[in-house]
Design a protein around this ligand. Sequence first.
Ligand SMILES: [Zn+2]
Length: 366
Amino acid sequence: MATRTSRSAALATLLTGALAGTLAATGCFGAVSGGTLGTQDGGRDPAERPQEPSGAHPEPGQHTDKSIRLELEPVRAPAGLGERALARAETIVGFGPRYASKEQGQAGWTRQLSYIEAELEALGLTVERDTWTDRKELITFTNLAARIPGKRKERIVLACHHDTKCTRDHPEPQHNFEFVGANDGASAVALLLELAPVLQHGEPEATIELVFLDGEESLDWAWNDAARALFGSKRYVTRQRDAEVLGTAAPIRAAIVLDMVGSKYLHIQDELYSTARLRTVLWSAAVACGHEHRFFQRAEGAADDHVPFLSVGIPAVDLIDLNGNATWHTPADTLENLSAESLQTVADVVLTMLPAVAEEYVVKAH
Ligand SMILES: [Zn+2]
C-alpha cells in the first residue's frame, strides 16, 4: 500500500467512518490499515494480557468537547526557543538518516545519540542509555532518558522518538527515496532538548523525565504497531514497570508524547486514543496560549508511542500532527517545511500543560 494512497484512504475512511459511526485507526508512520478498529492488533484481545505494554491500542475515545476548558495560566516559552530548536533540527538532519535497522541509517543514528547525550550532559543531567537487541528482529536499539528533578519524585514523562523511517530496500520502488525526517523525528528531539533547560530552571512540581525513544517507526512500510513498531516505548514501559515493582524508581503518573511538532502547517490533532482528561488539559493549554487554531481542528486516532503507556494504565497524550500532513513519510519532510513559530507554539503549550498535569496526576494523587 503506497503511503499517499494509504493516507488518502485513511482520510476517506475517517470521513466515511465518521458517517458510519466508526473511526479510522492510523499510525504515525506506516500506513493505515483502512479498516475499522480491532483489525490492527492481529485480532488479539488486549484484555488477554492487560499488563503487557503493547501496541495493541485501546478503544478510541470520543472527540474532545471543546466547550469544556480548564482555566490555565499560560506559560510562555523563552523568546527565540523556536529558532534555537529549528537550528537543532538542522544539526540533526545533517546527521543523515537515523535508524538502527539497516546500515544506511546507522551512522546518523549513532551520531544523533551522541549528540542528544552530550547536550543533556552539558546541562548537568545524567543520561541513562538503554541498549538492547530485539530477539526477533535482531536489531539493536537504544533509548535515552534524563531526569529533571522536581519537588516530588513521581514522574511525568515527556517523550519523543529519535529514529527516522527507513526508506531503503522496500520491495515496492515508490517506498525507496531520500528521507531526512526533519519533522518526523528531528523536530521533537530538537524541541525536547530546548525545553530541558527551561524545565530545569522552572522548579517543576513533579520530576520530569525526558525520554528519547528508538524504533518507533514500523519496520514494514505499512504501520504494524502491534508487532513491528514502537519497540522503544514498549521496552521503556516494561523496564519502568519492573523498576517500580522493585522500588528502584518512582511511579510514572502521566506521559506526554511529541511527534511531528515543527511543520510550517502545524496542526496537532485531537488524538483519540489519548486519555480524555489529558486531551482536555492540552486543549485548555492551547486556548490559554491563544494557539487554538493550531490544535484540534480535526480528530483521529494514531497508535503512537503513548499506546504502550496506556496499555499498562498510565494516562498519556500524544501531540501529533499526522491527520492531513502532506509531507509525512515523503521526500518533502525537509527543513524547508519546518518553522520556528510552530516549535515555539508547541513549546508554549507543553509548558502550560505541565503544571496542570502535575497538579492533577501528582499533587492531587497524594
Ligand atoms: Zn514516521
